[in-house]
Write a new protein. Structure first.
Ligand SMILES: Cc1cc2nc3c(=O)[nH]c(=O)nc-3n(C[C@H](O)[C@H](O)[C@H](O)COP(=O)(O)O)c2cc1C
Length: 350
């Protein structure tokens, strides 16, 4: 079946599921405009997911895509975490605060979150996607049996093949340009850092299921290029960060629309996993830090969020998780429905 028919959308455009940033209002506006609106559930629990999905449904009866994180649950290493907190101490002290005494695993992985699975089976979003890997076969089977379309993020051909073997209906080809967390299954394994152009083409030629291109795509020209490479749709994240419906704070919005957007950095210092962020005080702090010195995701994120909150409280936005892809300077701050209409016009699907 054609991907657009499977997803029940009119245009080959997916607003990326962005945990902590995409809102039900954004996803509903996107879906009502004929593209696929999405919610990131990686930073919430089953109750939060139920509320977000209900809020979407109050605004739209069209397709909904939700995303869960499927990382290996974090292994705590108390000595490493203490050393990390000490490394951040000066930055905390500059804000007039002190670092948290201990760090915790602030979000559960979907691989061991039975309550989240139950919430998804009960609410039945049209589409569920997996980031950081695939869940165990019984979870995939349960979601499929509920009639839910499944997608998974791949950053390489072997990851794409694993997702297809696991049973996804389509693969998201996430290039190195992409904003936010890199979907790589094993953050400590080898990484060829393939760009969106090469990865989309390689996956389109090899996986045998539809491919969705993601990373650095900001406008109709980028979407058209992805389709020419063999993708069936494009997933755009950074393009939607500046929408009024997003949860981006003032500092993030100002940075995105300034010259700062020309500089993005892949860093694991903020969350414990590689993610592309606007260059800021946190990415500068992370420069030169060995990967092995950063606690596991999402334990490091506990410290990262605390530092951002402490800095923000004294008016410093430089420690935010200001995720953005390499196309950031092309961001527009239109309402989500207007952005989808503009993208549709740019690719000639009106
Ligand atoms: C602010 C932000 C948050 C993101 N959060 C998620 C997420 O929760 N789940 C996910 O699968 N991808 C997430 N991503 C990655 C997107 O799915 C997508 O791969 C990326 O946005 C594509 O690159 P672009 O930002 O250049 O468009 C996020 C991206 C951004 C910019």
């Amino acid at each position: 079946m054609r991907l657009l028919d499977l997803l029940r959308i009119d245009a080959p455009i997916i607003q990326a599921p962005m945990a902590g940033l995409a809102t039900p209002a954004m996803a509903a506006a996107v879906s009502n405009a004929g593209a696929l609106g999405s919610l990131g559930l990686g930073a919430t629990d089953a109750d939060g997911a139920r509320k977000m999905i209900a809020a979407f449904r109050a605004l739209s009866s069209r397709s909904l895509h939700v995303n869960v994180f499927c990382h290996r649950p974090a292994r705590s290493d108390a000595a490493l975490e203490r050393a990390w907190v000490e490394r951040l101490r000066l930055a905390f002290e500059r804000t007039g605060s002190t670092p948290p005494p201990a760090l915790t695993e602030i979000y559960k992985s979907f691989v061991d979150d039975d309550a989240m699975l139950a919430a998804l089976l009960e609410t039945k979003p049209t589409v569920v996607s997996f980031h950081f890997g695939a869940p165990p076969p019984d979870r995939i089977a349960a979601l499929r049996a509920a009639g839910i379309v499944l997608l998974g993020t791949a950053t390489s051909v072997p990851e794409g093949r694993k997702l297809v073997e696991a049973g996804v209906d389509a693969v998201i080809a996430q290039g190195y340009e992409a904003g936010g967390h890199r979907g790589v299954f094993d953050p400590d394994g080898p990484d060829d850092q393939l760009g969106t152009m090469a990865l989309t083409r390689l996956l389109a030629r090899s996986v045998g299921v539809p491919v969705i291109a993601a990373g650095g795509i900001m406008d109709g020209a980028g979407i058209a290029a992805a389709l020419r490479l063999g993708a069936s749709a494009a997933q755009l994240g950074t393009a939607f960060v500046g929408c009024p419906e997003s949860q981006a704070d003032a500092g993030y919005r100002i940075a995105l629309l300034s010259d700062a957007a020309h500089h993005t950095v892949m860093t694991r210092a903020i969350s414990g996993r590689p993610a592309r962020c606007l260059a800021n005080s946190f990415t500068a702090l992370g420069a030169g830090v060995a990967d092995g010195d950063v606690p596991a995701y999402p334990i490091a994120y506990d410290a990262g969020k605390a530092l951002h909150a402490a800095a923000k409280a004294v008016g410093d936005f430089g420690f935010g998780a200001q995720w953005a892809g390499q196309g950031a300077p092309l961001a527009r701050s239109l309402p989500a429905a207007e952005l989808v209409a503009a993208l549709r016009a740019e690719i000639g699907v009106t």
